[in-house]
Design a protein around this ligand. Sequence first.
Ligand code: CP
Length: 309
Amino acid sequence: MKRHLISAADLSRDDALLILDTAEELAKISDRSIKKLPTLRGRTVVNLFFEDSTRTRISFEAAAKRLSADVINFSAKGSSVSKGESLKDTALTLEAMGADGVVIRHSASGAPYRLAGWVRGSVVNAGDGTHEHPTQALLDAYTMRRRLGSLEGRRVTIVGDVLHSRVARSNVLLLSTLGAEVTLVAPPTLLPVSVASWPCEVSYDLDTVLPKSDVVMMLRVQRERMNAAFFPTEREYSRRYGLDRERFARLKDDAVVMHPGPMNRGMEIAAEVADSPRSTIVEQVANGVTTRMAVLYLLLGGADLGGNQ
Ligand code: CP
């Protein structure tokens, strides 16, 4: 495996399967009453969050602590970033504290790549602008594999605001590496120009794609990144691209519904669909901890999972 995890494209099929299999092993340990392992004892993980997060920030902290790493949580709010300190100077300050791994979320696409040139430790991209979110794709693949078995030939439909979604890009890259067939469904205004070069199909008609899908992943409409009108009204968007009760009823019996969170309930997904037994949304959060444990363990070269040094 490479030293950093910045893009899902950094992962070969063998790398991705190693992470998913390691997460399976770690999940067995997470079911025990004492969940903690000594495997990263003496290592330091810095969580560097320049953008808001609930799931990713908390699960990286839980993952590092369960592996016994020392954890430093940095949030741009309340730090010297508000006095104008640059990403590079912030990174070098943390480097001076001896970070073995730096987990970064930033609003600028490419920030983790820049950071990797300044620090000695491994850099993990926890979401950069509209670019990538590779550990979200890993936890999504892990969740699909647990529900459906192998992803080879599985049809995964990703629906909604692809233009602003780092989750969509990382999922398309990772799922194609793992042999799944991905279709993106979105209004033309919410697809990036570059989508023609992505390893996936594109459709504008959700109703023709849904009955063939094994997985339907709904994306959040990212209003905070929109500086123009991308669709006429929320009601119109929801009518054409939302997963409501009627569309949900037309899915295959064993199809699963996913959403990376946070959700706009009632817009891209109806509340009763989000809360149904075929929704994996809560499972995805739990699987985020074990998947991120696997990533930290493999990148930071932890002791074996029996805890031997
Ligand atoms: N899915 C995801 O990245 O959620 P957060 O923004 O809460 O971390």
